[in-house]
Design a protein around this ligand. Structure first.
Ligand code: ZN
Length: 172
């Protein structure tokens, strides 16, 4: 089966606030499976539902996998909520929806993530470092926020210009 396409900036779907998931339907399970496939294929360490055009509050994450494919351990998180934010950390971030760009972003250093899995079991995870950064990045997607919305206005506008040129060249 063909992989779902990753929605890319400046697609307006990336700016939408996603809806809570009230019931884990077959459609949601299929979406989760597809998101995991896309994450490993791209490759990435996290993917939020809006990045494949689904405006629902779910993301997948796997911050430890390597390319040999033997240690994949994806976590699917439904209706995530972040609490117990402490400290600050800066990290060089990129995003599958923001092509050809990385920038340093400041976020909370340690967090607690709560949500549920596909079987309705509660998830509670304390995260730090890359894992905490990635969780905050994916939760941002569910609120229509990209990492380029968290960098300086100048840096953002330089990227937007570059991206517009790139898109114009693709269409030419
Ligand atoms: Zn992203």
């Amino acid at each position: 089966m063909a992989l779902r396409e990753v929605v890319q900036f400046p697609d307006p779907r990336l700016k939408q606030v996603s809806e809570p998931i009230t019931e884990v339907t077959d459609e949601i399970r299929e979406l989760a499976r597809d998101m995991i496939d896309v994450m490993y294929d791209e490759p990435g360490i996290g993917l939020a539902a809006p990045q494949v055009g689904a405006s629902v509050r779910m993301f997948v994450i796997d911050t430890d996998w390597t390319d040999d494919g033997n240690d994949r351990n994806p976590t699917v998180v439904i209706n995530p909520v972040i609490s117990d934010r402490e400290g600050r950390i800066t990290w060089e971030e990129g995003c599958l929806s923001v092509p050809d760009y990385q920038a340093t972003v400041e976020r909370d250093a340690t967090i607690t993530l709560r949500g549920t899995d596909l079987d309705g079991n509660p998830i509670e995870e304390h995260a730090e470092g890359l894992r905490a950064v990635c969780i905050q990045h994916e939760c941002d997607h569910l609120d229509g926020i990209l990492f380029i919305d968290r960098i300086s206005r100048l840096k953002r506008s330089l990227y937007v210009k570059k991206r517009k040129k790139q898109l114009a060249a693709e269409q030419a």
